[in-house]
Design a protein around this ligand. Structure first.
Ligand code: AKG
Length: 286
């Protein structure tokens, strides 16, 4: 790589230069947990609740003439809406796969979650290179979750288009927070709320969502203290002896496929499980 005069090279550029000059990816192996299984295998969707309390999340198709009006209306009324195909015009939809990201991110280091879900006691985080993340034998339990990857690797941002709704229906259009979610099949984000609106875009693979309206917050038994935005209920296998009120509320379900985008209103509870290896980007706005 030759000598680099650090004072003339911004750190980000230096990181890029180092990364470009590290050994290539030709001998790297991607763990089978990140390889899509055959299309013939039917993946388990959301587990039905015995009380038939679940209703599908409203949806429309990006090609519908009134899809943008429907999305604006959903933002105004703070109701979830699934827009099928919203992201199919983003380069990431065609380009992003695990081999592609391995090439782009190979020796860069990221914070990776270890454990089934962050509300479990044995859950932890560890820094690891992307290559180790994809190769690691234990990676069924790993999740590169909620990471501002575009701050670290800005050129990947070229592959995404911030959805128009994040500007047009925002009170603060200059501040859109983008986070990446990369993991194998079976990652779980327990039922929780966030303080901002979210346009959640699925770039690769499939995730299932179960949502609960903010007015039903008491019936999801939030933890005390630091985790007060997180529910104690396992919404796919609720323990109705410990959490009886959960049986009394409605839950809203959706399967979000590659190219789809789900609007999650601020303070709506959402539970997310990946049913295949998955790559998603969330766009938080106000
Ligand atoms: O995809 C996930 O696992 C969780 C996504 C989420 O909670 C969010 O975007 O706010």
């Amino acid at each position: 790589m030759g000598r680099i005069d650090e004072k003339d090279v911004p750190l980000r550029q230096l990181a890029w230069l180092i990364h470009e000059n590290l050994p290539g990816t030709s001998n790297d192996v991607i763990h089978p947990a990140f390889c899509a299984s055959s299309d013939l295998e039917v993946k388990p969707g959301l587990r039905d609740l015995s009380q038939s309390q679940s209703v599908p999340i409203e949806e429309c198709n990006d090609t519908d003439e009134d899809s943008f009006e429907k999305l604006c209306a959903a933002v105004h009324s703070a109701e979830p809406l699934l827009v099928r195909g919203l992201a199919t015009n983003m380069p990431a939809f065609e380009k992003w796969s695990f081999p592609y990201l391995l090439e782009e991110l190979h020796s860069r280091t990221f914070p990776v979650e270890i454990g089934t879900k962050y509300s479990d006691e044995e859950w932890s985080q560890k820094m690891m290179t992307f290559k180790d993340f994809l190769e690691n034998a234990e990676n069924q339990r790993l999740y590169l979750a909620q990471h501002r990857l575009f701050d670290q690797v800005p050129h990947l941002k070229r592959d995404v288009i911030i959805p128009d709704i994040c500007f047009s229906e925002s009170i603060n259009p200059d501040v859109v927070d983008m986070n990446m979610w990369i993991g194998p099949e079976g990652t779980v984000s327990p039922l929780h709320t966030d303080p901002r609106k979210n346009m959640f875009v699925q770039m690769h693979g499939t995730k299932v969502f179960r949502m609960v309206a903010p007015e039903d917050s008491e019936a999801v038994y939030p933890f005390d203290g630091m985790l007060s935005n997180t529910s104690q209920v396992d919404v796919e296998h609720p323990d109705l002896t410990a959490h009886p009120d959960f049986a009394e509320i409605r839950v809203f379900d959706a399967t979000v496929n590659a190219g789809d985008a789900l609007f999650i209103p601020k303070t709506w509870w959402h539970y997310v499980r990946s049913v295949t290896p998955s790559i998603s980007v969330s766009f938080w706005f106000d």
